[in-house]
Design a protein around this ligand. Structure first.
Ligand code: UT7
Length: 332
């Protein structure tokens, strides 16, 4: 999406929060029929973080958001809009964003959740960017936050090995004249794949009942193999199309920050793109797949690890439930 002639946006601050408790592959060996070697080889995951019993998604979001606002040199009162990307909200309603607005002590500003599964954070970035471009907002807080452990079936070895809890946040502000910022965003969906990754129960289609719980429909279900194949081709397509729209080439890329869904998917996409793994950010070994939170957590880690230098060309790219997909190209 090009926003010619309108105000540009930049990431002015970032933050992340990971709960303390670690769930290792060895721990999972005690729960389901799996083993450390299989999980490492097939996914690249070694451990994930699990929220404390008294923590919900807005609590994780709050910790990450506080840091992002401070990193941007702002106060909560400076925030003009809050978007929380999540598929594991505190409650169906009110939104997690409203809880976050109150916890942070922000003004009475627009606050809403955005449900686009693993694509949620880049969707939020794209939406926030248009709000800044139109002149409606100067500083938008976008958060990817998930407590997926509450929706994981720890009797299903095909899914429980993958997911973890965490939150990442960014403040999007008006780009300074010709300064670094977001160059391109793209987001799309294809609902024909809606059942490939789904939390079937608890909504209006299958409301919460004893029978629903007996059938374990309150947990995430996934056609892993199908998602796996689609993910690789979509990531390659997204990176190529984003570069094409901006008249740039793969050689121009300094860092790709992909959604952390499976290390093998990431490696395979890198191979198809003919890019060395040094240019691809990976932290799935430590956190697993935290859905909407993986990309903002990764941006903040890459930044604090010195992997993002001023002027670097960074590509964010994701694919997930919906099916949804999205990319963003930014000049750091
Ligand atoms: O954000 C997007 C979210 N989702 C994804 O990105 C998921 C994408 N998919 C994947 O990451 C992979 O498909 C999985 C990691 C979920 C599964 O890996 P796979 O290489 O596709 O394995 P598979 O489902 O084809 O299963 C291969 C074998 C099967 O055994 P048989 O039938 O060959 O005897 C499974 O039963 O591995 C078995 N298996 C396991 N073994 C040990 C499946 N899960 C496990 C497990 N531990 N946890």
């Amino acid at each position: 999406m090009k926003l010619n002639g309108l105000r540009g946006a930049r990431i002015a601050g970032t933050g992340r929060y990971l709960p303390e408790r670690r769930l290792t592959n060895r721990d999972l060996e005690q729960i389901v029929d799996t083993n450390d070697e299989w999980i490492r080889q097939r996914t690249g995951i070694i451990e994930r973080r699990i929220a404390a019993p008294d923590q919900a998604t807005s609590d994780l979001a709050y910790e990450a958001a506080k840091l992002a606002i401070a990193d941007a040199g702002l106060q909560p009162a400076d925030i003009d809009q809050i978007i929380v990307a999540t598929v594991s909200p505190d409650t169906v309603f009110p939104s997690t964003a409203c809880r976050l607005q109150h916890k942070l002590g922000c003004r009475e500003i627009p606050a809403f959740d955005l449900a686009a599964a693993c694509s949620g954070f880049i969707y939020a970035l794209a939406v926030a960017r248009t709000g800044i471009a139109s002149g409606s907002f100067d500083n938008v807080l976008i958060v990817g936050a998930e407590c997926l452990s509450r929706f994981v079936d720890y009797e299903d070895r095909g899914t429980c090995i993958l997911f973890g809890d965490g939150a990442g946040a960014a403040v999007l502000s008006v780009a300074r004249d010709n300064g670094p910022g977001i160059i391109d965003t793209h987001f799309a969906a294809d609902g024909s794949g809606a059942d490939l990754m789904i939390l079937p129960g608890g909504g209006s289609r299958i409301p919460a009942t004893h029978e629903m719980v007996d059938r374990r429909l309150q947990y995430i279900r996934m056609e892993g193999r199908v998602v796996y194949k689609q993910a690789i081709s979509k990531i390659v397509m997204l990176v190529n199309e984003s570069l094409e729209r901006c008249n740039l080439t793969r050689d121009d890329i300094d860092l790709i920050i992909p959604h952390q869904m499976n290390a093998r998917i990431i490696q395979s996409a890198a191979k198809h793109l003919n890019l060395p793994m040094e240019k691809i950010f990976v932290n799935i070994d430590r956190y697993g797949n935290t859905s909407a939170a993986t990309i903002p957590i990764a941006i903040d880690e890459a930044k604090s690890g010195g992997m993002l230098k001023q002027g670097d060309l960074v590509c964010l790219v994701t694919f997930g439930g919906g099916m949804t997909w999205a990319s963003a190209l930014l000049r750091w």
